[in-house]
Design a protein around this ligand. Structure first.
Ligand code: ASP
Ligand code: MG
Length: 406
């Protein structure tokens, strides 16, 4: 007997036919004698609709009421899934965040989980009941409903799996696993049987939108074995596990890309102490996240070019902030460029292999693709290139690192 958390995303509970299929899938694990806790998202499209209502009611809405509205999508699916399970003879009961309770901080709209009281849940499970938990929602310090940020039901599921000491957390979604890269672009992309937490974290934060990044962090910190698999077919998915579990580690496991970023260059900015702080301090104050930064050594000792990236949505604000500081920063010009893509090769094997970056640079050079910015970390090399080469670069790198399906 195993204790399993089964989480179903929006497309898996999109209508009653699918909710009934979910119930059948859960029943199979129940019939196999497992202890099962289910976590559900809102029906697909539902949260977007609720967010739009809240915006329409008041553009500068009160975050507490926003949460009261958007958390309701999960309440509906928890109840319907419990009903569908009961209809096929499974003793199921819905649980809302506050009923468990799943405690969070008070940051409405993107609350963090503080703790889950599992006493009641475990007691009921021991009595043969199967909980169906509404994902995405919790209870704040003032006893008001909170939500965990978009995609947050992944985090609900992993947190519940950690609190219940579950053997596995199965995340059912509309793809059948984690791929070496986006299969819509690279037809030779392969499904990975296993991926390490660290690699998954990089893939998730770089735009492979299979799992909410925070859920992966949580799984890594608590050693929760996560499996990403499709609810539409009956096949094993991708296991997200500790490095030690992967016997034959590829040097590069996956290639991610993000078109969310824009590049900004400050031309001939003064080269003296305090300038970087004078640029990035005000951006941080404006809650603008900066990702890649490159600054060259100045030739004349007076000025240099400085390039960095921000998300596309922050581009105009970034330019505004910098323009308001022109006198102090003494730069010659600002050149914003939204037509870039960040491509990253990821793999824990990089730690112990040389030449990984060179393969990337050479592959891109052979295709005549110019690299604008480079940044590296222990398990990742990222380059910024012109957006129009996204497909060409992904395909070429996928082949170069030996990732193509046979
Ligand atoms: N329903 C929420 C959303 O769409 C939470 C989730 O599905 O993970 O963001
Ligand atoms: Mg999701």
């Amino acid at each position: 007997m195993a204790r399993i958390v089964m989480k179903f995303g929006g497309t898996s509970v999109a209508d009653m036919t699918r909710i009934k299929a979910v119930a059948e899938r859960v029943k199979r694990e129940v019939d196999a004698g497992n202890e099962v806790a289910v976590v559900v998202s809102a029906m697909s499209g539902e949260t977007n609709k609720l967010v739009a209502y809240a915006r329409e009611a008041a553009p500068m809405h009160d975050a507490r009421e926003y949460d009261a509205v958007v958390a309701s999508g999960e309440q509906v699916t928890a109840g319907l899934t419990a009903l569908a399970l009961q209809a096929i003879g499974v003793n199921a009961r819905s649980w809302l965040g506050w009923q468990i309770p799943l405690r969070t901080d008070g940051v409405h709209g993107k609350a963090r989980i503080l703790g889950i009281d599992t006493d009641d849940l475990i007691k009921r499970m021991k009595d043969g009941q199967f909980p169906v938990v509404a994902g995405f929602q919790g209870l704040g310090p003032d006893n008001r409903i909170t939500t965990l940020g978009r995609g947050g039901s992944d985090t609900s599921a992993v947190a519940l799996a950690a609190a219940l000491h579950a053997d596995r957390c199965d995340i059912f979604t509309d793809v059948d696993g984690v791929y070496t890269t986006d299969p819509r672009i690279v037809t030779k992309a392969r499904k990975l049987d296993k991926i390490t937490y660290e690699e998954m974290l990089e893939m998730a934060s770089l735009g492979a939108k299979v799992l909410q990044t925070r859920s992966v962090e949580l799984a890594m910190n608590h050693g929760v074995r996560v499996q990403v698999l499709s609810s539409f077919m009956d096949a094993p998915g991708t296991l997200v596990v500790d490095e030690g579990e992967i016997v034959e580690q590829q040097v590069v496991s996956g290639i991610a890309y993000s078109k969310d970023e824009a590049k900004i260059t400050l031309v001939k900015v003064a080269d003296r102490p305090g300038i970087a702080a004078g640029i990035f301090g005000p951006l941080a104050d404006a809650a603008i996240n900066v990702d890649m930064i490159v600054q060259n050594v100045s030739e004349d000792g007076k000025s240099t070019d400085l390039t960095f990236t921000v998300t596309k949505v922050d581009l105009d604000r970034t330019v505004q902030v910098l323009e308001s500081r022109k006198a102090e920063l003494a730069y010659k010009a600002i050149t914003p460029d939204p037509n870039v893509v960040k491509i990253s090769v990821i793999g824990v094997g990089m730690r112990s292999h040389a030449g990984v970056a060179q393969t990337m640079f050479k592959t891109l050079a052979d295709r005549g693709i110019n690299i604008q910015v480079i940044s590296t970390s222990e398990i990742k090399i990222s380059v910024l290139i012109n957006e129009e080469y996204t497909e060409l670069a992904l395909r070429a790198l996928h082949t170069a690192y030996g990732l193509d399906a046979a």
